[in-house]
Write a protein that binds this ligand. Sequence first.
Ligand code: MEZ
Length: 584
Amino acid sequence: MKRLILFIFCCIMLTAFASFAAEGKALSDIHKASDITCADCHGKMKKITVDDNEVSVNSSCVSCHGGMEEMAKLSHEEINPHASHLGDINCTTCHKGHEKSQPYCLKCHSFPMVIPGSDAPEKKWTEYDPKAKITRTETTDVVVIGAGAAGMTAAINAFDAGVKVIVIEKMPLTGGNSMLAAGGMNAAETVFQNKKGIDDSVQLMYEDTMKGGKYMNVPALAEVLAKNSSSSIDWLTSVGADMSDVGRMAGASVYRTHRPTGGKVVGAHIAIVLRNNAKARNMDVRLNTKAEKLIVDEAGNVTGIIVQGKHSGTYAIKAKAVVLAAGGFSANASRVAHYKPEFAGMTTSNQPGAQGEGMVLGAKIGAEMWGMDQIQIHPTVAAGSRILITEAVRGNGAILVNYEGKRFVNELTTRDKASAAILAQTNKSAFLVFDDNVRKSLKQIDGYFHLDLVKTGNTPAELAKAMGVPADALEATIKTYNDAVSAKSDKEFGRPDLPRDFKTAPYIAIEVRPGIHYTMGGLLINTDAQVMSIDGTPIGNLYAAGEVTGGVHGGNRLGGNSISETITFGRIAGTNAANLVKSK
Ligand code: MEZ
């Protein structure tokens, strides 16, 4: 009965929404027209105030409409955002009361989806005004800027070391770009490699990382990455992550890319685990809160930050240590074009928040910037989209085929080389080609079907027709490749790992093009995750971790090393920040 009432209520609301959407109304107007008052959403108070996490309005949404699970059951559309991979996020991530509502996923995807209030005016962050009134000052031990994997890891480690932590995140949800990480996390000498009999070493991971980075990496940082990778897997496991599946990424000598069972997407899993850990500890994580400025004392030591809360305005947080974990700038097209004019106009695999403001905060107080023009393009972003087709698809067996129906590169070469090879082909694109056995080996491939990115055929010739490539050429390519798999040797291109031949229908293809994926440059740190200044000394009280930093990956990052970096340097930054606080 309760369900029926809820269903009828939602139908009435949706009908009302549909008619209002056409008139450009915000959600608050739509509610008002259904006799829902301000107090129904905001509670009875003399002056309406909304906290930056929008907790009270979210609980009002849930008390009327039900939570994500209930909402997911009401929708029978194929694309069901309430059942999405983002986990338990605020309703207000997508639905806004007084401004434009927009499904968060539409910032990157182009699903045919309109939600109530989607044609109301958009609210943007106001430009930082140095003269803005500081409305209040709070104090804490450690403040962490950014709630991606690096920031949340740093925050949880600092919190567990016994200090008071505030995390700020400008986006309406935690996860950052890490949430989109698909392939996995590189680590050497792990329990999971051991169980599978994989012979790997810290030294080999270090060498692969240096070679992949064209030996431009800061060696000591690459060493820290490799040395701590196994304990980072242990730490993630201890907080509830499943990193037990081990695959292989381009540029790696062995299977060392850890991910959840069945080859599920790693980033969303880790983001949800870290979010749940913060929740379980009742940590102070402030969404919709943007860092504006690092506060420094006369000696140049960082003593806090000035932030802008979406609702609460400009305020200061005084802290004994600050951890910058605000990510890279792959989604900042003009900044990318500034450093790499040849990448202008390219798509990106990144979430819209990846703008690089954290680097600017550091640069403004004299931080040393490392390799800002070292920008990585990922070879396989689905053509015409922002959807990354994980390297794990190639790792699990897919080949790259051009419009002439031929292979043209060792698919497991590094990203820079694979991208350059694709850009040299007809249409500057290529197809990932594989069979149903490869599909079954990697759970996340089902998502590409769901997103309608695949072409299929019951035979190689049928697939060729769907792709618009010559059938005889594709048939010959697949036969030659299958022979190479049987012979365990790829004479044509020297692919080092040939895990599966293609004999099981349906045959599958996804058209791909390179897209901006990762910025290797950023704030130079030392092995203690302290941010270095241009005069070569660490900046007092300032730590950094993740993509906001530069130097770990050199001139080209290996797939799977990013999540590895976020967890390892996040742990180091959080622990060292806490130790510093305790030593004061
Ligand atoms: O680390 C990455 O960027 C990665 C593994 C991406 C991917 O292709 O899945």
